[in-house]
Design a protein around this ligand. Structure first.
Ligand code: HPA
Ligand code: ZN
Length: 338
């Protein structure tokens, strides 16, 4: 049997490796939490907030994204946000998810890390038992802030060391290259944490090289601009460094003018270990399956690419080998019978 492509990509088992949990806050939940917590928003209605989601670049998005996160105050808020995402991910046949969060966005407002870790982790535990989804947390440092503040955040997070598997680097790429965080990433490496960083989204290939050489990251988030540097592409292929690509995000933030111009097919053609992810689904027009369906409609992608992307998502995940094997076997079986 051969399913239509859209059905195939919707139904195939997959992992999501690039999702900012604060970017899963839907306008309706933002308003509900604002009411519950007596937080005043700068927008009069859900519709007015949605209408403001007309971004011109990364920074114009980040300004609204941080405003949306201002409604998160209590442990239950972090649980509700994460649980809503996990239900959507489950519906999209996500078996495993590695979730980014931005602790500094919350501690700067006086929200204790116990509420952040407590709420997100409780949702992940419940997803494991009730939905059969495995998940893990990656704590991101905000790169527009000084490295000393990243060190302070790491220190505060150490009591919760068992609740996160790695660290990442997000926020404004331009003007804040990876090398700014070389010392704190070295410390995280000593602590046995996995390392990833956003690079080559708006910034040049040099940022991808710096993330590899100076931060020693294991995956690159976005990384789509690597194609401008053939030597870098050869290195990424040789070392099997995954790229967690977010196609709808790239269009919304104008990294590409339209989805039909996205370089996902070229990245795959180059032999790169590419994955497809949602980034900030509430802001960028959809969850992981919306990304898959839109890409397979707009780009020259076929069944073998669907298989490759499903396979890559688990190959690139920070999973222990038996569980990784189990998920990869499920991908093989799915593509044998569908
Ligand atoms: N890029 C950088 N920082 C971010 C993003 C992104 O796409 N989403 C949330 N924080
Ligand atoms: Zn991102």
């Amino acid at each position: 049997m051969s399913l239509p492509l859209a059905e195939l990509v919707r139904n195939m088992p997959k992992a999501e490796l690039h999702i900012h949990i604060e970017g899963s806050l839907e306008p309706e939940l933002i308003f509900a939490l604002a009411k519950r917590n007596h937080v005043k928003l700068a927008y009069a209605s859900v519709e007015a907030l949605r209408a403001a989601y007309a971004f011109t670049d990364l920074q114009s998005f980040l300004d609204i994204y941080y405003a949306g996160a201002s409604v998160l105050l209590e442990e239950q808020d972090f649980f509700d946000m994460t649980w809503a995402y996990l239900l959507r991910a489950h519906a999209d046949q996500v078996r495993h998810t590695e979730i980014f969060f931005d602790p500094q966005t919350h501690t700067a407002r006086g929200v204790p890390l116990s509420a952040v870790f407590g709420g997100i982790d409780r949702a992940l535990q419940q997803a494991r038992t009730e939905l059969g989804i495995s998940g893990a947390l990656i704590m991101c440092f905000l790169r527009h802030l000084p490295e000393e503040q990243a060190f302070a955040t790491l220190e505060q997070a150490l009591p919760y060391r068992d609740k996160f598997i790695g660290v990442g680097l997000d926020s404004s790429e331009l003007g804040h290259p990876p090398e700014k965080f070389a010392r704190v990433f070295a410390r995280c490496r000593e602590l046995g944490l996995h390392l990833v960083a956003h690079a080559g989204e708006e910034g040049p290939p040099a940022n991808i090289i710096a993330a590899l050489d100076q931060l020693q990251v294991e995956r690159i988030d976005h990384g789509v601009r690597c194609l401008e540097d053939p030597d870098l592409v050869r290195r990424l292929v040789r070392d099997r460094i995954p790229l967690t690509v977010c196609p709808l995000s790239n269009v919304k933030l104008r990294v590409f003018n339209q989805l039909s111009e996205h370089n996902l097919p070229a990245l795959l053609e180059a032999g790169l270990l590419v994955t497809v992810n949602s980034d900030d689904p509430a802001y960028f027009g959809g969850y992981i399956n919306d990304n898959f369906v839109a890409c397979f409609a707009a780009l020259p992608l076929q069944r073998q690419h669907a298989y490759q992307l499903a396979h890559n998502s688990f190959a690139a995940a920070f999973l222990d080998l038996p569980l990784k094997r189990k998920y990869l076997d499920e991908v093989e079986l799915f593509f044998r019978v569908k």
